[in-house]
Design a protein around this ligand. Structure first.
Ligand code: C2E
Ligand code: MG
Length: 748
């Protein structure tokens, strides 16, 4: 704001002539406009001297001057200055008048007018003590002195006023700004938003964080003093994500960004936060600081999660819905294509669900669907996805299956579980289900094609009588059903006494004598007849029956060894096959071996365990110490099927194995292929050097026998050429014959 000029002047003097003089000086009569115009017309516009015009108020006595000042202030038209005569009889003198005026208007500038010293100046000035507003004008005065004083002081008044005004203005602005800042601070402290600043260099030290970080249970000043604020605030799982996005700020053209992470709270909990930040750069684009805000988005996250959950699930049963099923199926398909463990889809439809709905009403129908859902869940593993596709249709994405039979086993479990009675509102309801299965196979065309096939299989299972499952192909149906039923039957085989051990002799080639015997399990299946190990061992391994089966074999073989020992028929060693599952439960196996040996009074050296190279490799990899423990006991170890896998001598030496058994397939090749023959020779020689015995398996022909004899080393062999695996009676017979032959030989 501009202060208007103040040309009001007060003159206090008892002499009227002085007033007139002042008026002439300060209020000159201006020439009329007409004259100015004529002059301009004659001589052209010229610069006119500025004539300052003042408004002069006259007071003839001190009292009068004081009341005029008072009045001027009331009217808000203060004087810019006053000329006060020193002597104004009969009233107050100048000094008193000034004192009183200043009581009213301390800022008023005053010129004391005096002809002679009524008082000494020092006294006057010490009484008045306001040198910056007090001047002296000595009479007789020159008009120019008066006009100069008037002009200068009125100008000074204006400047002072303006300065004061500006000062007030400034103070007010400062006050306002301070108030704004403190308001802003209150807003910041109360807002859910946390502000922070980081220095723009790794490790991004924290240089400011708003006090309201206390909401998260942290202390702002404590955080500023530590260098590992990141560790304190950011959840471990999100840290690398946060570090990466911060590091991006160092790139010259990086813009602000936003990142969500979980923030540790002081009480050990965590909140989801959104961190929005911008880089602050210098003229060259170098990062100086990072400024950001942190918002608590925990509630939003939870809401999003709830919404997503709703979008993913079926309202009635809480199972996954069709959309989720389809999405996960496509993911599983892509993963399996890349080599992940295969999976299977099972389409499940309840049989005769509609009559339940019609007879008992929808609420009961709904309850039934919920109960069925729970049973489906109970039948599956966490890694499986159970979905309701709509109505009474369900689907399962069965993860990580090693063979189609796993899907058949799950289907069998589901069928029997769904068939158990449901009790709803006191009503007992029985229902069954039909299932269509499509396992992922390498030739599967695509996820959607699998759905079509599962659907067709479901249709087939309905067509063919319901309450059953069908695979998408006939052959698979038969194969799987057989495997599944064998697996089921196997569970009872031991209890039903259906297992039997057959024995195959191991012959010392140089003497043609039985030096060992391999126990091979057989199953007298009630409907399928005598089954070789090859047709059920793999199933036993998959279904877990192998553990009990293995124990049974061990016990039975040892028992038989004891019987032969007691009748002096026993060969030197009993070979028993072990499966990976048994080795994996190493402690249990070792304990079992010790107990069984004790039970039948046998020595550990009476037993030799057949394990494959693959099993040894697995044991090494998982650092399972079972083989060394068995060796420690004194039990022998033979490597079965040598030549079909790694054919590495490393394992043999590392585990100090006793025998390696050359696979039948190698021997078969040897008779037609000279390279294979040489390989066998080489293996036998290497083994001899490593002091490992060799047993050649599956010797069937005379040609094979003579080939082995030609190697000229003390090798053992087994195979149909000598004897098939035979039952205990027949094997005892073999042993007996051998003894008889020996006796004959000696007696001859
Ligand atoms: P393996 O240890 O290689 O056993 C040899 C298999 O070859 C036996 O079949 C045997 O009957 C058969 N065989 C022996 N000589 C000849 C021959 O000259 N020609 C032909 N073609 N075959 C011959 P099996 O009994 O069916 O056993 C198959 C596999 O099952 C065994 O292979 C072994 O790995 C496993 N196995 C057998 N019994 C048991 C057992 O009690 N426990 C475990 N875990 N596995 C067993
Ligand atoms: Mg074997």
């Amino acid at each position: 704001m501009k202060i208007t000029e103040n040309r009001r002047i007060l003159l206090a003097d008892d002499m009227p002539s002085i007033h007139e003089d002042f008026r002439k000086i300060l209020c000159p009569i201006l020439r009329t406009n007409n004259l100015t115009d004529i002059e301009d017309a004659l001589f052209g516009p010229t610069e006119k001297p500025t004539v300052l015009e003042f408004t002069l108020s006259s007071a003839f006595q001190g009292q009068e001057a004081v009341s005029m000042v008072e009045e001027s202030l009331r009217q808000n038209t203060p004087y810019a200055m006053a000329f006060i005569d020193m002597r104004m009889p009969p009233g107050w003198d100048g000094v008193e008048t000034i004192e009183r005026i200043w009581q009213l208007d301390p800022k008023l500038q005053i010129v004391i007018c005096t002809a002679y010293a009524d008082q000494s100046w020092i006294e006057v000035f010490s009484r008045l003590d306001a040198r910056d507003r007090l001047l002296v004008l000595k009479k007789p005065f020159d008009p120019i002195e008066v006009s100069q004083l008037a002009s200068t002081l009125s100008k000074k008044w204006q400047v002072t006023e303006e300065a004061e005004f500006k000062m007030n203005d400034l103070e007010q602005a400062v006050e306002e700004r301070t108030r704004e800042l403190s308001d802003a601070n209150i807003i910041v402290q109360n807002s859910p938003t946390i502000l922070y600043r980081l220095r723009g260099e790794p490790t991004f030290p924290l240089i400011y964080i708003s006090h309201n970080i206390t909401k998260f249970g942290h202390n702002a000043s404590a955080l500023l003093q530590v260098s590992d604020w990141m560790d304190i605030l950011v959840n471990d799982a999100d840290r690398s994500k946060v570090v990466t996005s911060m590091a991006r700020m160092l790139e010259k053209d990086a813009q602000g960004a936003s990142i969500e992470f979980r923030m540790h709270t002081g009480d050990g909990g965590q909140r989801w936060v959104e961190n929005r930040y911008i880089p602050v750069r210098d003229g060259e684009g170098k990062l100086i600081e990072v400024e950001g805000i942190i918002l608590d988005i925990t509630e939003r996250k939870a809401a999003e999660e709830r919404i997503a959950q709703l979008a993913r699930t079926d309202n009635l049963t809480g199972l996954a819905n069709r959309a989720t099923f389809t999405e996960r199926l496509h993911q599983a398909f892509a993963a399996a294509r890349r080599g992940a463990t295969p999976f299977a889809i099972l389409y499940i439809d309840l049989d005769h669900f509609k009559p339940v709905n019609d007879t008992y009403g929808h609420p009961v129908g709904d309850s039934l669907l919920k109960e069925v859902s729970q049973r489906l869940r109970a039948c599956t593993r966490d890694s499986d996805l159970v979905a309701r596709l709509g109505g009474d249709e369900f689907a399962i994405l069965q993860g990580e299956i090693s063979e189609p039979a796993n899907a058949g086993a799950l289907a069998t479990k589901i069928l029997s579980n769904v068939a158990l009675p449901f009790v709803l509102n006191g009503i007992e309801i029985r229902i069954s289900a039909s299932i269509g299965i499509c396992p992922f196979l390498n030739e599967s065309a695509g996820a959607d094609a699998m759905v079509v096939q599962a659907d067709l299989a479901l249709y087939r299972s309905k067509e063919e009588g319901r309450n059953q499952y069908r695979f998408h192909s006939n052959e698979l149906d038969l194969a799987v059903q057989e495997r599944v039923s064998i697996g089921e039957d196997l569970k009872n085989a031991i209890e039903h006494n259906e297992l039997e051990l057959y024995y195959q002799p191991q012959i010392e080639l140089s003497t043609n004598k039985i030096v060992g015997v391999e126990a091979l399990v057989r199953w007298n299946h009630p409907t399928r007849g005598l089954l070789n190990a090859g047709s059920f061992i793999a199933i036993a391994e998959k279904t877990g029956s192998i553990v009990a089966l293995g124990q049974w074999v061990l016990n039975q073989a040892c028992k038989q060894m004891r019987l032969w020992r007691d009748s002096n028929l026993a060969p030197q060693v009993m070979a028993i096959n072990l499966s990976l599952v048994q080795l994996e439960r190493g402690k249990e196996l070792v304990r079992n071996v010790i107990e069984t040996l004790e039970r039948w009074h046998l020595n550990p050296g009476d037993l030799e365990f057949d394990v494959t190279e693959a099993m040894l490799a697995q044991m090494t990899w998982t650092r399972n110490g079972v083989i060394p423990q068995l060796r420690e006991l004194g039990v022998k170890i033979a490597i079965d099927d040598f030549g079909t896998e790694y054919s590495s001598f490393n394992y043999l030496q590392a585990y100090r194995v006793n025998h390696l058994k050359i696979a039948q397939s190698m021997l078969r090749d040897a008779s037609i292929d000279p390279t294979s023959a040489n390989t066998i020779r080489a293996i036998i020689n290497l083994a001899r050097e490593a002091k490992i015995g060799v047993i050649v398996e599956g010797v069937e022909t005379e040609a094979q026998h003579s080939f082995l004899s030609s190697t000229g080393t003390a090798t053992q062999a087994q195979g149909h050429y000598f004897s098939k695996a035979v039952n205990v009676a027949e094997f005892s017979e073999l042993l007996q014959q051998e003894i008889d032959a020996h006796v004959n030989y000696i007696s001859k």
